[in-house]
Design a protein around this ligand. Structure first.
Ligand SMILES: *Cc1c(COP(=O)(O)O)cnc(C)c1O
Length: 366
């Protein structure tokens, strides 16, 4: 049987036609009509005024720190339970991460955030908040803490495009939001990212930095460090086709989660990642924890059947890279990491695929 992947790309069918249009125009790169269309579609969808298409979300988070003026020695609060791409940029800028643990929502704990702010050696300048696995964090409370404390809020919405809280889209609550179009995300351009903000000056400065910080002269004049971070027009054509099916993909991911929950309804000792009240997650990945069994046994059993399954993210405060970093933790994310798994969650999965995975899980738990 073909390998069942965790979250493989799922094309809409329109991508090749749009790519053909790009080839016909020869605006393969750098800029072109599809880049503008992709950015406009994101603005329309989110209600945010400005968007910048980039080569990755990691690049987007880096630009976010640059435009907010965060640099050497500054403290940046961050979810510890996340993927490394969330926080790499803190190190690029020689700033200092201050990691904050999760609560029962699996996402950042507002109570521990308050504690981190109160005990930080100096006032943190920003928070990078992840909406994990496409499920919304307590964004209303977290946003109001940041506002009251004068701390910039950067939403790492790399996994949560299509999720919302109180009807408002993930990525739009803070000062800056970032989406990813990496190959395993709910939508993909093979690789890519998007920076969004209502602040026109931040997005135009990010655009400048993302294009080698080339001064507006007829010759090549440079005053500061820039990057080559833009998305190509060719990949933006893929992005436009993907945006057209976003809502469908969210419904498919949510259906996959519902099938899993239904198929394992009578199994004791498992807990699904919650969906906080008032929110709609995109269920990018179906994730769960096991009370008693070592999840590695499930991974091995699925692997033997050519099915991909992964542990949850290993928290940042437990990474050798961040040995010396400060953190405010209470063991929650460590426990989730030790007990949890991500199940195959492709939006093109069929109910029978989900049932096959569940049969193997049951067999291993017996
Ligand atoms: C995927 C991911 C990123 C990085 O996205 P890229 O586009 O691959 O750079 C950052 N943060 C989180 C939470 C992610 O899942």
């Amino acid at each position: 049987m073909d390998r069942l992947f965790l979250s493989p790309p799922h094309m809409s069918g329109k991508e090749q036609a749009y790519i053909a249009e790009v080839f016909a125009s020869n605006y393969i790169a750098p800029i072109g009509e599809f880049l503008d269309r992709f950015e406009s579609l994101i603005c329309e969808y989110t209600g945010v005024r400005h968007a910048l298409a980039l080569s990755s979300a990691t690049a987007g988070l880096h630009l976010a720190l640059r435009v907010l003026g965060i640099g050497e020695g500054d403290y940046v609060l961050a979810s510890t339970f996340t993927f490394i791409g969330s926080v790499d940029a803190i190190l690029y800028e020689r700033a200092k991460p201050l990691f904050v643990d999760s609560d029962e929502s699996w996402n950042l704990s507002p109570a521990l955030l308050r504690e981190a702010i109160a005990t930080a050696p100096q006032k943190p300048k920003a928070l990078i908040l992840t909406h994990l696995y496409g499920q919304m964090a307590q964004i209303d409370e977290i946003a109001s803490i940041c506002k009251a404390e004068g701390i910039y809020l950067i939403e790492d919405a790399a996994e949560s495009l299509g999720a919302s809280f109180g009807g408002q889209k993930s990525g739009t609550f803070g000062d800056i939001g970032v989406y990813s179009f990496n190959g395993n995300k709910i939508l993909t351009t093979s690789g890519g990212g998007m920076l969004i903000s209502d602040h026109a000056d931040w997005i135009s400065r990010a655009r400048f930095l993302a294009t080698q910080a080339k001064e507006p002269c007829i010759y090549y004049e440079h005053r500061e460090i820039g990057y080559n971070y833009r998305m190509s027009n060719l990949l933006a054509a893929v992005g436009v086709a993907q945006m057209e099916v976003l809502e469908e993909r969210v419904m498919q991911k949510r259906a996959v989660f519902d099938w899993y929950r239904e198929a394992l309804r009578d199994v004791d000792g498992i807990t699904w990642m919650p969906e906080i009240s008032g929110s709609r997650g995109n269920r990018w990945l179906t994730t769960l924890t096991f009370d008693a069994i070592d999840p590695i046994r499930i991974i091995d059993a699925l692997e033997a059947e050519n099915i991909e399954c992964r542990p949850l993210w290993k928290p940042m405060h437990l990474q050798p890279l961040f040995e010396d970093a400060l953190s405010v933790t209470d063991g929650t994310s460590q426990r989730l990491f030790e007990k949890g798994l991500c199940l195959p969650s492709g939006s093109a999965m069929q109910k029978k695929d989900v049932e096959r995975v569940c049969g193997i899980i049951r067999g291993t738990m017996r």
